[in-house]
Design a protein around this ligand. Structure first.
Ligand SMILES: Nc1ncnc2c1ncn2[C@@H]1O[C@H](COP(=O)(O)OP(=O)(O)OP(=O)(O)O)[C@@H](O)[C@H]1O
Ligand SMILES: [Mg+2]
Length: 258
């Protein structure tokens, strides 16, 4: 059965970095193929995964818009649903270990109910082909309320080393509860931490009530790879962020019911 893990948190905290390194862990430990979903309209997961060609194939949002604009202009002999399914299938980028879906922009004005219903169903059925689905989200919570959002087994909230980041993490959990979202469990990762984490900060982490998966230290190689457009899949295993993520991923995927 496939497990859906969504990564969320405020802007710039390291969601894409953490998503990529979790995907790398899954691939390396044989839990593949992984379905990676880039759900950030300002998509950059493809670069982080070294799948730069992905954007040329288009996005789910683009396929949805194209279908919407065609106003029922379906090729003869094809049902409306099959035509939409075909378009949605065309944007799946397949590689040996990772398949990637770039969601793209949300819908424009108009009624997209029919399309979104087909899309939700499409994502659900597609996801069943993979042991794990990892979703890299845009900042904030809006994405969770979209009708296309699927059930989530585990929501991983990424915070930076700041009280503001922790407050955002608490808010995300509260909002998700208010919105009655189907989320199995919540975890917290603190990213970009200094060498020593202050006891006061550790106390504040505990007060969030969101179980902590671990701290990921500041690692100069991470932004260097980003700037040089190198894939995080190739970052040395000995790099501090990589070492921390290895342990976090091990705990997440083997011991936390995920
Ligand atoms: N552990 C780390 N050490 C040093 N730099 C890091 C670390 N994690 C992430 N970064 C850097 O911080 C920046 C933001 O990271 P990233 O893009 O993963 O965040 P994000 O939460 O996905 O951002 P956005 O909200 O824009 O999608 C990048 O330049 C990345 O290289
Ligand atoms: Mg990102």
């Amino acid at each position: 059965m496939s497990r859906v893990v969504a990564i969320t948190g405020k802007g710039g905290t390291g969601k894409t970095t953490i998503s990529s390194l979790l995907i790398r862990y899954l691939v390396r430990s044989g839990k593949r193929p992984v379905l990676a979903v880039d759900a950030d309209p300002d998509s950059n997961l493809p670069e982080a995964l070294g799948m730069n060609g992905a954007k040329d194939l288009g996005t789910i949002g683009g396929a949805r818009q194209e279908f919407f604009d065609s106003k029922g202009d379906i090729p003869p002999g094809m049902t409306k649903e099959a035509c939409l399914e075909l378009k949605l299938n065309q944007v799946l980028v397949e590689s040996k270990d990772i398949d990637l879906l770039v969601m793209g922009r949300p819908e424009g004005a108009g009624c997209y109910c029919y399309i979104n219903n087909v899309l939700r169903n499409h994502l659900e059925v597609l996801g069943k082909n993979y042991p794990y689905v990892i979703i890299d989200n845009e900042a904030g919570l809006e994405h969770l309320s979209r009708r296309t959002a699927q059930d989530i087994d585990c929501l991983v909230v990424v915070s930076d080393y700041s009280l503001n980041g922790l407050r955002a993490a608490t808010r995300i959990k509260e909002l998700a509860a208010e919105m009655n979202l189907s989320i199995g469990s919540y975890f917290l990762i603190i990213n970009n931490t200094p060498d020593t984490v202050s006891p006061q900060f550790a106390d504040e982490v505990e007060k969030t009530g969101v179980p902590l998966l671990g701290f990921v230290p500041q690692d100069s190689l991470v932004p260097e790879y980003d700037i040089e457009r190198k894939s995080l899949m190739d970052i040395p295993e000995s790099s501090p962020a990589s070492v921390a993520l290895e342990q976090i991923a091990h705990n997440l995927f083997n011991h936390k019911g995920t």
